[in-house]
Write a new protein. Structure first.
Length: 246
């Protein structure tokens, strides 16, 4: 086994679909190479961080709601006109390629076919995929049943294990991710609204925290208005453009 890698999670946004309080929509970049989610402002956020978008090896999408997906056409456009030469991997639920093509053909006619290689990985729950030094295991999440599916991910990078719930109500998959992650990025869409598609800070997140080992870190994102802090141990309310290192 090689040396353990430092994990750097740099958030390009932490808000939910309603961008409460002016928060950018949720998404984060891992070690400058792996982008989790493609929110509408993804390209702007990447430029804001001073990151070369051509250095991103993969985009990992949890589901197809607009606040998680609609930044993808801008990334594909950027890579075309900056003459990307290396392949890029797009990971997402079934129909990701079809939906991306439909949107691009509508809003940027002629963008496709692309002059660089895009490797599309459409994943179901309980599958594994390896992308260079990043490995992913998919989990089925309890979110919008009208979508093709909603995924969470357990990722391993350089000997480190981190999880991402995507959008989900509290369910067995969320708790499974919590038990296996040394760092878990979890949605927290409201303070105390009860629902069957999202988690809240009062009822759900304490159960997620309790499922984790005491030394593991919980990062809250996809935030609702009024979520500015928590007294839960080793729990951080993520902030737009903050870089968290572990």
């Amino acid at each position: 086994m090689g040396p353990v890698t430092e994990l750097g999670l740099h958030f390009i946004g932490t808000g939910n679909a309603f961008a409460p309080g002016g928060l950018c929509w949720n998404g984060f970049l891992v070690n400058g190479r792996y982008l989790f989610e493609a929110p509408p402002q993804a390209l702007q956020g990447i430029h804001h961080l001073g990151v070369d978008a051509n250095e991103i090896d993969a985009v990992i999408l949890s589901h197809h709601h607009g606040d998680h997906f609609l930044g993808l056409p801008f990334l594909l456009l950027e890579w075309k006109y900056t003459r990307r030469r290396t392949p890029v991997h797009i990971v997402g639920p079934p129909r990701t390629h079809e939906l991306a093509t439909l949107i691009c053909d509508t809003v940027y006619p002629g963008l496709m076919p692309l002059p660089y290689e895009v490797v599309w990985h459409e994943q179901a729950a309980n599958e594994q995929i390896a992308l260079a030094d990043l490995s992913l295991r998919t989990f089925g999440m309890a979110h919008d049943e009208k979508l093709s599916s909603s995924l969470g991910f357990l990722a391993t990078l350089g000997g480190r294990r981190f999880g991402y719930t995507g959008d989900s109500a509290l369910c067995d998959s969320v708790l499974a991710l919590a038990t296996e992650s040394e760092v878990l990025v979890s949605e927290c869409a409201s303070v105390d609204i009860e629902g069957d598609v999202h988690m809240n800070l009062v009822s759900d997140i304490p159960k997620v925290r309790a499922a984790m080992t005491p030394t593991a870190t919980l990062l809250l994102t996809h935030l609702g208005a009024g979520i500015t802090g928590t007294e839960l141990p080793n729990t951080i309310v993520a902030r737009d453009y903050e870089n968290y290192r572990f």
